[in-house]
Design a protein around this ligand. Sequence first.
Ligand code: NAD
Length: 317
Amino acid sequence: MKVILANEGLANEGIALLEKAGFEVNLTHVAQEQLANFINKNEINGLLVRSATKVNKEIIDACPSLKLIGRGGVGMDNIDVKHAESKGIHVINTPEASSESVAELVFAHLFGAVRFLPDSNRNMPLEGESHFKSLKKSYAGGVELRGKTLGIVGFGRIGQATAKMALALGMRVIYTDHHVTKASLDISFFDGQSVNFTLEAQELESVLKQSDFVSLHVPAQEDYVIGKKELEMMKPGSGIINTSRGGILDEVALVEALDNDHLAFAGLDVYESEPHPEIQILMNPKISLTPHIGASTIEAQQRIGMELAQQVINLLN
Ligand code: NAD
C-alpha cells in the first residue's frame, strides 16, 4: 500500500478520496529536523505540504522512497522543484484552488483599513467613555471603496480574481504585469447575469501614481518589486496590501513610508520573516495583520484537498 504523509494537514474530502483509492494517509505533523528520518522509517511515497515545510535538496536526497511532493497552494518557493524533478519525483500544486479566498482577504484588509478596524480593535478595550468619544473623532475620516482606484501588481489568477471583486464593488481597476498585456474579465452575478470588462496593462510607475490602493499579486522573486523608490511613487495617503510573498515588499521602507505619513495604511498577510515578523511591523498601528491565511478558508482547503488527492491518484496509481 502506498503511504502519503500530509505534513500540514489535508481536508477530509481529500483524505477520503485517497483512502478510497487504496492509499494510507498519515496525518502526523513532523518537525523539519525529523522529517527525513520519519519519511524513511515509514516508507512515505508522497509528501504533501503547504508553505511551512521546507522540502529541500537534503530531504530529497535522503528519502529514496519519495515519489511525489505535493504543495497545497500556489507558491513552490519552499520546494526544490528542479532537484526533485531531476530525480524523477513528481512535483504538483493546486494553482487555482485558493484564488477566490486570497482575493477576499485583500478586501478584508482593505475594508478594515479604510474604516480603521485594526486600530479600533487594539484601542477600544483600553478605556472608558471619553476614550470612546476621542476614538470616534479620530476615525471620522474613513473612506468608501466605491469609485476609488485599485492598482494591481501581478495580473495572474489572484490579481484577476481581486480585480473582478473590485469592479463589482464599483471601483476603477488598473494593473501592471510582465506578461499579461490585455485581460478580458467576465464578472458573473448570482442571478446568472454577467458583465465583461477589458483591461490593458500599464507601466508599474503609472499604476503606483494613480492608485488609491495597491494590491500585490506577483510570485516570490530575487529582488523587491516594491522597494523605497516604488513606495515613493505611490499617491500620498494611499494604502498597500500584500497577500503574495513577504520578500517582494521592502518592510523597512514600508514602515518609513507609514511613519512619515506618505502612506495611510498597509495590510499584510505575508512577511519577509515568517513565522516571526519584525516587531516594527507587528506593533505599527497603521498595519492590518493576518498570519499568512490567504488560502485558509474551508472552501479553499476542500478544493486543495480534492485537487491534490486526485493528482496523487493519477500519478501514483
Ligand atoms: P500567477 O502566476 O497566476 O500570477 C502572477 C502574475 O504576476 C503573472 O501574471 C506574472 O506575469 C506576474 N508577475 C511576475 N513578476 C512580476 C513583476 N515583477 N511585475 C509585474 N508582474 C509580475 O500567480 P497567482 O496564483 O495569482 O499567485 C500570486 C501570488 O500569491 C504568489 O506569490 C503566491 O505565492 C501568492 N499566494 C499567497 C497566498 C496566501 O496565503 N497569502 C495563497 C495563494 C497564493
